[in-house]
Structures are given as structure tokens and as C-alpha cells.
Design a protein around this ligand. Structure first.
Ligand code: ASP
Ligand code: MG
Length: 423
């Protein structure tokens, strides 16, 4: 009996010493009202009482950032650094409210803005890049048994100005903090209980995935799955941070785990993603000589236009080529203008644009070692009379550009063709 109790107390001691650091991030829909912040605070309280050291990263209340952006846009004057001051403020509100709720529940906490930690970013505004998180202040916070509530989406530039890190950036704040603190896990709490084989709002019989690899998640996010910001998954992969996507409304469930160690089952495709805001641009009869493509895409890149699928087809006898590529709908008008400006520098006969398009992608690391996936995809689309306008592929993804009206049909037919409704 004596030995037994010695063993028990030793185990007890080890549990006390091995307190984990967890980062919990709550998205906009999880903090959309004071009542919701109060219930999110209860999730934090239970993790705190389990003995963990906690950092809570919050987004702005759902819709708040859009309202702030609208305010700035009304003024019709470019001022990127003040834009970030205004647009970052949504997160300050939720950080303060979350901290008040925690203190009320008896969980000691305080809020931190990006600049107070500090989270150091590049000097560019609107889409700054996180360079470094200095963890000392938060670690000191843990010594005082306090929960650190951190405003997501914001940081400080080298010249001491407030920056924001791109839409959806709070996910990235959470991952970076988890990396800097060597946290056990980064839990992303949202309004769905994980990552699905396709969009549950659009497709029937979708299945929740228990595990997804970083690579697959990067493709899913960049191809339109909105559950996580793409850059945050890239950061998680780079810094080897385990991420769980969990539901605020069902906090007992561990959700979907995103990490490296995914053993492959025989599934070639793990998800079907789509994005409905694609526009296609075609430059007709572009002069076919070295440097032309570089000229065109540099021009677009300098203005931060996100070019996606690119297809070029040259007519050797005529020394001409047609160049087709896609950009997000919101960047179409700007892109056309930039291309017309280029007309003095490079020769082409005209620019065509096409709107009503969407991009549908199948994603899966199992594609690497299974032949015939592309054929099966195209076959499925042809059987459903869906025309493919542009195709692009990577090692673990095949994307097609189609008529927007056919999006639902294409996604659901592909979902069942690749047996995603049966996993
Ligand atoms: N509030 C910011 C946005 O709406 C950042 C975030 O929520 O992750 O983009
Ligand atoms: Mg988000």
C-alpha cells in the first residue's frame, strides 16, 4: 500500500510539473456577441482548470472588420498605415471583452495587443508578414498564473507602426504564438467541428475528416475551403505546430487534427474544394519572345494581383502566343487596367475577360501514387456535360475552371465519384 501511494504521488508530481502550453484561437463567429464571448470564456476556464498555461487569440466579432474597412474606403484616399490602425481595432475590442469575461469567471487574465507582446512584422501594411514573436512577456504572464488574451491579426512594424497581416490573419497569429512558445497544440475554435470532405453548406453527404496533412490543408484552404487561412497552415507546417480545428459549440470533440504524421489509407482524394470568384483574362496575339511573360506577370505582382492558373499556347509559325490566366474577381478591373498600361511596352492585339467562372479542385496526397485520377475527374465532368475551360495541376491537386452555374453539380458529382461520401 505504501509503495502504491508513493507511485501515485510520483505520477501526481509529474502531472503537475508537465503543464502544457496551449494556444486557443476563437474566430469571428465564436465571439460574435458578448453572450458568445462568455461561453467561449467557459471553454478557456475548463482548459485552465485542467492545469494548462493558456494563450487565447481572438478575432474581431464577425462582420466587424468589414465594417471598419468600409469606413476607410468611404474616404477614398490611400493611407495604408492608418488603414491598419482602423482595421486592427476590431480585435482590440474582443480581446478586452474576453479578458473581462475570464476575470469574472475567476480566471485571472489580461489582454495584449500585437505591439505590446511584441509581434514584429514586416513594414508593409494590409498584408504584413510576421517576422518574430518575442515570447518573454507571455511567459512572465504564466508565472503569475494568468491567461494571456491576444488580439489576432495585428503586429508592429520595425518603425513602430501598427500593421495587419491579411484577412483571416488571426489564425496565423495563433500559429506563430504556438511556435514561439513551443506549445503543445494550437486549437482553432470555429463554427464547424472540423475540416470536411467538401463544403457542408453546399454538398450533401460530406464527411468530417479526423486528420488532414499540412500539404492537403494548404491546398484545400488555397482552393477555397474557408475554415483556415492558407498562410496559417503554411506557418504551421514550417514550424511544425499541431493544429486542431474544433467547434466552439461542441468543445468536447477534438475536431480535425492537422499535422505531419498522417498515415495514408488508400484514399486518392480527400477533399473537393471550390471558389466561385474567379475571372479569366486572355491576351490575344502576344509577341512570342523571351521576357514577355516576365514583363506581364511582374507588372501584376508589383500591384499585388494574385494570379492563379496560367496557360500559354504558342503558334510557332506566327511567332505569336495566346496567354490565359485567372485572377480573383475583385482584382479583375485593376488587372485589365494594368495590362492596358503595358500596351506601350509589349505587343498584343487585345485583352479578353470572362467573369461567371468558378474553380473546382480535387485534393489528396494519395494522388501521388495512384494513376488515372485526372482521367477519372474529366470523365465525371464530361458525363455531366460540364465544359472545362482551363486545367491546372500540382502533385496533390487537380483544378478545373468551369461555368459558375455548374459549381454545385461538379462538386457533388466529384465528391461521390471519388467515394468521399463513403469514408
Ligand atoms: N478580423 C480579421 C478578418 O476578418 C482577421 C481574422 O478574423 O482572422 O479578416
Ligand atoms: Mg477566420
Amino acid at each position: 500500500a505504501n509503495l502504491n501511494s508513493q507511485i501515485t504521488s510520483k505520477i501526481y508530481l509529474i502531472t503537475i510539473i508537465k503543464m502544457s502550453i496551449l494556444v486557443l484561437k476563437f474566430g469571428g463567429t465564436s465571439v460574435a456577441s458578448v453572450e458568445l464571448i462568455e461561453s467561449a470564456a467557459k471553454i478557456v476556464k475548463s482548459e485552465y482548470e485542467a492545469g494548462n498555461n493558456l494563450v487565447v487569440v481572438v478575432s474581431a466579432m464577425s462582420g466587424a472588420t468589414n465594417i471598419l474597412i468600409d469606413h476607410v474606403n468611404k474616404i477614398n484616399y490611400d493611407d495604408d498605415s492608418e488603414y491598419d490602425v482602423v482595421v486592427s481595432s476590431g480585435e482590440q475590442v474582443t480581446a478586452g471583452l474576453m479578458s473581462i469575461c475570464l476575470n469574472k469567471l475567476g480566471v485571472p487574465s489580461r489582454s495584449w495587443m500585437g505591439w505590446q507582446i511584441p509581434i514584429i512584422t514586416s513594414d508593409s501594411h494590409r498584408n504584413a508578414v510576421i517576422k518574430r514573436v518575442i515570447p518573454d512577456a507571455i511567459l512572465k504572464n504564466f508565472d503569475d498564473k494568468k491567461v494571456a488574451v491576444v488580439a489576432g491579426f495585428q503586429g508592429i512594424s520595425s518603425d513602430g507602426r501598427i500593421t495587419t497581416i491579411g484577412r483571416g490573419g488571426s489564425d496565423n497569429t495563433a500559429v506563430y504564438i504556438a511556435a514561439a512558445l513551443n506549445a503543445e497544440r494550437c486549437d482553432i475554435y470555429t463554427d464547424v467541428d472540423g475540416v470536411y470532405t467538401s463544403d457542408p453548406k453546399m454538398t450533401k453527404n460530406v464527411k468530417r475528416l479526423d486528420k488532414v496533412s499540412y500539404e492537403e490543408m494548404i491546398e484545400m484552404a488555397s482552393q477555397g475551403a474557408k475554415v483556415l487561412q492558407t498562410a496559417s497552415v503554411e506557418s504551421a507546417m514550417k514550424h511544425d505546430v499541431d493544429v486542431n480545428v474544433r467547434s466552439t459549440f461542441n468543445p468536447k470533440d477534438m475536431g480535425t487534427k492537422i499535422s505531419n504524421d498522417i498515415e495514408s489509407d488508400n484514399q486518392a482524394v480527400t477533399g473537393v474544394a471550390y471558389s466561385k470568384d474567379e475571372a479569366k483574362i486572355t491576351l490575344i496575339d502576344v509577341e512570342d519572345k523571351p521576357g514577355v511573360a516576365a514583363e506581364i506577370f511582374n507588372k501584376l505582382a508589383e500591384s499585388s494581383v494574385n494570379v492563379d492558373m496560367i496557360v500559354q499556347n504558342n503558334f510557332i509559325e506566327r511567332k505569336m502566343t495566346n496567354l490565359t490566366f485567372t485572377v480573383p474577381m475583385i482584382e479583375l478591373e485593376r488587372s485589365i487596367k494594368l495590362l492596358n498600361d503595358l500596351k506601350q511596352k509589349i505587343n498584343f492585339s487585345k485583352v479578353l475577360e470572362e467573369k461567371n467562372l468558378s474553380k473546382v479542385s480535387i485534393i489528396g496526397s494519395g494522388m501521388r501514387n495512384q494513376p488515372g485520377i485526372a482521367a477519372k475527374m474529366f470523365d465525371c465532368l464530361s458525363k455531366n456535360n460540364i465544359n472545362i475551360e482551363v486545367i491546372s495541376t500540382s502533385e496533390i491537386k487537380i483544378s478545373v475552371l468551369i461555368n459558375r452555374e455548374k459549381t454545385e453539380k461538379a462538386v457533388s458529382e466529384l465528391h461521390s465519384t471519388f467515394n468521399l461520401d463513403k469514408i
